[in-house]
Write a protein that binds this ligand. Sequence first.
Ligand code: HEC
Length: 239
Amino acid sequence: MRPVFGKLWLATGLLALLGGNALAHDRLSPFHFQSQGLLGSTDKAAAQRGFLVYETVCASCHTAKALHYRDLEALGLTPDQVAGIAAGVKTANGAPATLNDTFPAPKIPAGAFGGAVPPDLSDIAAQRPHGARYIDHLLTGYAPAPAGVTLLPSYYYNTAYPGGQLAMPPPLKADDVTYADGKSATVAQQAADVSEFLAWSADPNLDARHEVGLRAVLFLVFLTIIAIASKRRIWRETV
Ligand code: HEC
């Protein structure tokens, strides 16, 4: 009887785990991010578009203090392109930014947004459960407050935000940016792109990490095969 019960418990546990996951994910966007998953890599084209959205829209309220302009080279931009982007930005002392400058902090009037402070976005994707998918849903999750929900003054209803209401006004409008690759800048596209950008900024070494991990696993598989083969050879005569 015991082994049967053991299996039942295992099956029930697995089902609960899968079921629980399905519930947690239900409220998140079904969008698939290339950087998610066991061997995912950053979608650099999307992250480059996402940087444009970040710079044009999000940077007027949020900081991303951990990011230097030179970091953008890791997204496939050339040093000249990055220097051009930096030169178009003014640092706190009024001089044009260089590759070694961090992204500048916006000036937010005290008491704006009902006292809520826009958090630094450098590693927000790592700070929030479901990272990129949560941010994507947050940016597209604004909706009229359902009956019975009273919003605080200057707060907005959002289906992704825990508690349902937050002080960030809906930041994205269609065609806020013009993409160089001709992609249509819908709200959904901008939200997905800036989420991929923030997933990269929270984990810039993801590609290298996954590559090293894959090599290590392949090496261990190879080593295991050799070990089994030599064990068989050594013990062939004695068994
Ligand atoms: C007009 C100012 C403004 C703009 C523009 C803006 N935000 Fe925000 N954002 C806020 C404020 C204020 C908060 C804090 C909300 C709160 O605590 O209720 C916030 C919070 C957030 C959070 C944290 C939510 C959480 O789970 O705590 C994320 C993520 C975020 N913003 C992403 C973005 C992105 C991405 C953009 C650009 C597409 C953007 N924001 C543009 C004002 C802004």
